[in-house]
Design a protein around this ligand. Structure first.
Ligand code: SF4
Length: 354
C-alpha cells in the first residue's frame, strides 16, 4: 500500500533527509550517562546498527557537551541533542550534531527578560552556522505558558498548535526553513489529532511523530528501532489502518521509555513493579504515570491521577498536580498502593451515590 504523504519540504539531517518522499526515518535516544563515553558510544552504535537513522543524546551540562565531542569522533550515526532550559548550550553542542531540538515551553526559564524571539533567532543562527537542522519540539507537559493563558483549560491542543505555528512563522521570517516540528502528548489519540490539525494547516512542514511517556522501558534500546520499523512496515502493508483505542474505563499505566537523564537505574525496575503491583486495579478508570527524571517528570505527571517521578535517591509522588512527598525507592510501592486504595474507595463511593 502506498502511504499518502503531504508534499513537505526536505530537511537534511546528517546523511539522511526527513520529509517529502524520503523514507520515514526512525529515531531513538540513549539511556546511558552521556559522560560515560564508552557506554554511550556502544549504545549509539548499537542503535545505528539496528537501523536508527538519528540517535538523540541528552546534554544538560558542559561536561555532557565535552563528552559529546568525543562521542561524535567515535560514531558515524546521525546525532541529535535536546536543549532543555539552557538554550545557550546550543553553541557547545551544534558543532558535534546534525539536529538540535528546542522546546518552545522551555525558553522562559533562563534570561527571563530576553524575548523568546531573540532566543530562537540565536538558536537558528548557531544551527545554520554548524550545518544543523532544528526540531521545534512542543510537548504537552511543558507548553509555552503565554499560549496556555489564551485558551480554555480544557483545550490542551489549542496552545500546543498556536505555539508550533508561531515558532514556524518566526523561523521562516528569518529565512531558516531547515526544521521539523513535533507535537507530543501521552495520549495517542491526542497525538494523532494534534498532528492532523497541524498538517492540515502546514502541509509543507515535515513532522517528527512521537508519543511522550511512550511506554515501559524495553530491556534493550534497539528493540525500539525494531518496533518503529515494524509500525512503518505495518502501515505500508495496510495492516494498521486506525489508532488503537485505549479503553478509558480501565487502569492506564503510562511511563517514559527512559533515557540518559534517568538519575537512578532503579527507575526501570520500579516502572515494571508499578505495573505488576497495580494489576488488582485494572478495572478502574485511573491513570498512573511513572517518569524517569526531574526534567520532564514534574510536568508530565500533572494530568495523571497518581504520578511518580524519580530523583537520585527518592521517588516523588503526586496526586494530580498536588505533591504528596518524596519516598525512598524501597518504600514508594507501599505508599502508592495506599493512595491507590483511597482512590478506588472514592470511585466506589461515587458510583454508589449515582
Ligand atoms: S522523562 Fe526524563 S528520563 Fe524519561 S525519557 Fe523523558 S527525559 Fe528521559
Amino acid at each position: 500500500m502506498e502511504i499518502k504523504r503531504n508534499p513537505t519540504r526536505s530537511v537534511k539531517v546528517g546523511n539522511i533527509y526527513i520529509g517529502s518522499a524520503h523514507p520515514i526515518a526512525v529515531q531513538s535516544m540513549t539511556a546511558t550517562h552521556t559522560t560515560d563515553v564508552d557506554a554511550t558510544v556502544a549504545l549509539v552504535n548499537d542503535l545505528h546498527r539496528a537501523g536508527a537513522h538519528v540517535v538523540r543524546i541528552a546534554v544538560d551540562s558542559d561536561k555532557d557537551a565535552a563528552a559529546l565531542a568525543e562521542i561524535r569522533r567515535q560514531t558515524e550515526a546521525n546525532l541529535s541533542v535536546d536543549l532543555q532550559e539552557n538554550y545557550r548550550l546550543v553553541e557547545k553542542v551544534a558543532p558535534h550534531v546534525d539536529k538540535v531540538r528546542y522546546n518552545p515551553g522551555h525558553l522562559y526559564h533562563h534570561e527571563r527578560n530576553r524575548p523568546w524571539q531573540d532566543k530562537v533567532k540565536y538558536i537558528a543562527e548557531v544551527a545554520a552556522a554548524n550545518d544543523c537542522a532544528l526540531r521545534v519540539g512542543v510537548n504537552c507537559g511543558s507548553v509555552d505558558p503565554a499560549q496556555k493563558e489564551k485558551f480554555d483549560d480544557k483545550d490542551s491542543l489549542g496552545p500546543m498548535l498556536a505555539s508550533a505555528f508561531e515558532h514556524c512563522e518566526l523561523l521562516e521570517s528569518i529565512g531558516f526553513t531547515r526544521f521539523v516540528v513535533s507535537l507530543k502528548d501521552s495520549d495517542p489519540t491526542k497525538v494523532v489529532e494534534v498532528n492532523r490539525r497541524f498538517a492540515e494547516a502546514r502541509p509543507d512542514i515535515p513532522l517528527h511523530l512521537g508519543v511522550t511517556e511512550a511506554g515501559l522501558p524495553p530491556d534493550e534500546k534497539s528493540m525500539e528501532i525494531e518496533a518503529g520499523n515494524q509500525i512503518i512496515d505495518d502501515i505500508r502493508n495496510g495492516r494498521l489502518r486506525s489508532v488503537v483505542a485505549l479503553d478509558p474505563s480501565k487502569l492506564n499505566i503510562i511511563s517514559c521509555p527512559s533515557c540518559s537523564r534517568v538519575e537512578n537505574e532503579a527507575f526501570v525496575e520500579l516502572a515494571q513493579d508499578v505495573k505488576e503491583m497495580t494489576t488488582y486495579a485494572k478495572d478502574y478508570a485511573i491513570t498512573i504515570a511513572v517518569m524517569g527524571c526531574r526534567v520532564n517528570g514534574p510536568g508530565e505527571t500533572d494530568d495523571a491521577d497518581l504520578g511518580l517521578w524519580c530523583g537520585p535517591s527518592k521517588v516523588n509522588l503526586k496526586k494530580g498536580e498536588e505533591s504528596l512527598g518524596a519516598y525512598p525507592y524501597d518504600e514508594i510501592l507501599g505508599v502508592l498502593r495506599a493512595e491507590l486504595d483511597k482512590l478506588i474507595e472514592k470511585k466506589r463511593l461515587e458510583s454508589v451515590a449515582t
